[in-house]
Design a protein around this ligand. Sequence first.
Ligand SMILES: [Zn+2]
Length: 378
Amino acid sequence: MKYRPENTPPESLRARDETELCSTQHARPAKSFNDMHWLKQLGVRTIATTGVQRLFMTPFESQVTSLLFHRFFGPGESVSCGRERIRKMCGWLSQKFTVLNADQFADCLPTQEFPERTLLITIDDAHKEVLDVIDVFQQFGISPVVFVPLGWIDSASSQQPEPTLAAMVTLLEHSDDCHWKLEFSNGVCVDLKSQGRLSGIDTIVELCANSEGFTAELRNQLTEFDAKSRDLTSEFCTWHELQSLHQMGVSMGSHSVSHCRMAGHSAGRLRYEFEESRRVLIQRFGTCRLFAYPYGTRDVHDAHTEKLLHAAGYDNAFLVHAGFGLNGKRFALPRVDIPDLELNDRLFRALSVGAQIPLIHSKNVFRKEHRRHPKSDQ
Ligand SMILES: [Zn+2]
């Protein structure tokens, strides 16, 4: 996809005028912002307006903030209205924060010497919606980092003559009906149903990672690859689209090969997820310093994953938990998750400065206490 000159909508929107755009609705089922629990909204707003978060957190001036986006339009929101909302959001962010790009952020990490009110914008999964808003970010000098799930992009890219091992492993990881029984010429048989998905994929990765011959044998047996993979990946950018984003100043980080939950996987599989995704991103974009754990919850991360990420050559890795303190945790950095909703200005600003963090911390403390004393409330 090519892009129109700066400050204009991308090519995908070129044929439509603004009237048409206003009526263009995204395909997701209509669900309003009000679907968020009203008590949570009230809590976040109250904390934001009273400044209670300052009692719990690092002063705003010395915070290092990373925001996480997945998609950019609320369910049922028109493209033009969404772009206008993103424009206001970017204007406020560029006024309030010092926005760094991925390289500048990674360069500051070893010494932890960040500019005041540092902000990094991160986007997970490379959903096509990023193509509709990237020029708005660019207008405000904001260069986000996109965390790329290699297998989804390989599958979505029509220029791939044959599916890569990454695309096939990704299909096996996410297919609802994982019934395949695969036989290879060296006598190895993988029955994903009886053997189990994790163990079966481990065997396939070990066998195919270093042998194109076995990868071709796998391809011949995955007869439903094309149809199933198309369903899985049609919403994500292709390599060509990512290359266009890169030329507009967007950095690329790894979001693994198959977008799997890292916890519970073998060391061999983890090495493949970390090393292969980084290898391909370096080959295509010249560098890949950052990693973001798929799903990003604390339980996908441990000392073992940190060690393997470090060995694979990454500078740091992000989880998805609300916080601003880095505390030297290079491979478990916090990010504030911005929900895929039509957030109004006030709520977006409250989330960005961490108004929800005291609520989340309180909830975590309550859960821990409840686990420790399960009968105390009876
Ligand atoms: Zn993801």
